[in-house]
Design a protein around this ligand. Structure first.
Ligand code: C2E
Ligand code: MG
Ligand code: MG
Ligand code: MG
Length: 282
């Protein structure tokens, strides 16, 4: 039906390919010019309050459409961007443009909409990262209260000196931080408590399990209980069925996102979704 939604990308370069290294090289050469050639753009996926199903935030998800190769999945090109260091420039571009877009929506009357932006560990490792984020926010006059950075669970096991300091510096800017794909890494409770994290995003693998057997709610249920005791909010990722949504309501999970609610969509489609919702409320 709608061309501007995406559930699947073409897998041009299959991970099992023989010439993996050459493909990576090829990809990185093209990625280098993707920004100036305007081949990158951002899709947005609604994040809702589970209890009311009301949209409270948008997650910015990067897309790359190459004129020959077609749509390339971020799962394919983000690792290449990380290896080559291109992620720093690309990451800055995403952050700035996603915030600009969010501000437009706020100005249209969706004033409390938050924007969530994925950040690679490589970006966080830059000592100047907090200042860089602060500069972007100043430049576009963005209220930091409405920005959330999603970082992967692996940061809590990384042996990066100063990573905690960087997180605290970011927090001091007034933005919030969340842990993405939670449950797939090895974060300890003790470690999480030390970090200035306000949200956990339960990895979609645990949510898709909910359908098969009722015992599978034990993991989401335990994560939600643990998070509550630490005063951390929870987002369930990858909600695809009504049953999963109902279960999460029962578990009092605060927020959710997934194909059942909406796949990631382009900015115009997102705007239509916001508009439809506001009509319903009237
Ligand atoms: P993520 O941050 O965990 O984002 C969620 C992924 O799950 C997205 O994949 C989204 O399209 C997909 N998804 C959403 N709902 C469902 C569902 O109901 N079922 C299933 N099976 N999947 C769902 P996407 O857009 O392909 O992005 C993949 C990953 O690429 C992201 O995972 C994130 O780690 C990374 N990524 C995307 N954009 C950026 C970016 O701007 N910067 C960085 N550093 N990483 C990014
Ligand atoms: Mg994410
Ligand atoms: Mg992520
Ligand atoms: Mg995730």
């Amino acid at each position: 039906e709608n061309k501007n939604t995406d559930k699947k990308h073409s897998m041009l370069f299959h991970p099992s390919m023989d010439k993996e290294v050459n493909q990576e090289f090829l990809l990185s050469n093209h990625l280098r010019y993707a920004i100036e050639k305007k081949e990158l753009y951002i899709y947005y996926q609604p994040i809702v309050e589970v209890h009311t199903e009301k949209i409270v935030a948008a997650e910015a998800l990067l897309r790359w459409k190459h004129p020959e190769f077609g749509l390339i999945s971020p799962e394919e090109f983000i690792p290449v961007a990380e290896k080559t260091g291109l992620i720093n420039e690309i990451g800055k571009w995403v952050l700035k443009n996603a915030c600009i877009q969010n501000k437009r929506w706020q100005n249209q009357g969706y004033s409390s909409l938050t924007i969530c932006v994925n950040i690679s560990v490589n970006q966080l490792k830059q000592k100047e990262f907090p200042q860089l984020v602060g500069n972007i926010l100043n430049e576009i006059n963005f209220d930091p209260k409405y920005l959330e950075l999603e970082i992967t669970e692996s940061i809590s096991t990384e042996n990066v000196e100063n990573i905690e300091n960087i997180l605290y510096d970011l927090k001091r800017l007034g933005i919030s931080l969340s842990i993405d794909d939670f449950g797939t890494g090895y974060s300890s409770l003790a470690k999480l408590r030390q970090l200035p994290i306000s949200k956990l995003k339960i990895d979609k693998s645990f949510i898709s399990d909910i359908d098969d057997q009722l015992t599978n709610i034990q993991i989401p249920s335990a994560i939600i209980a643990m998070a509550k005791s630490l005063n951390i909010k929870v987002v369930a990722e990858g909600i695809e069925t009504k049953k999963q949504l109902e279960c999460l309501k029962d578990l009092a999970c605060e927020f959710g996102q997934g194909y059942l609610l909406s796949p990631p969509v382009d900015k115009d489609s997102f705007e239509r979704i916001l508009h439809l919702q506001s009509l319903k409320e009237k």
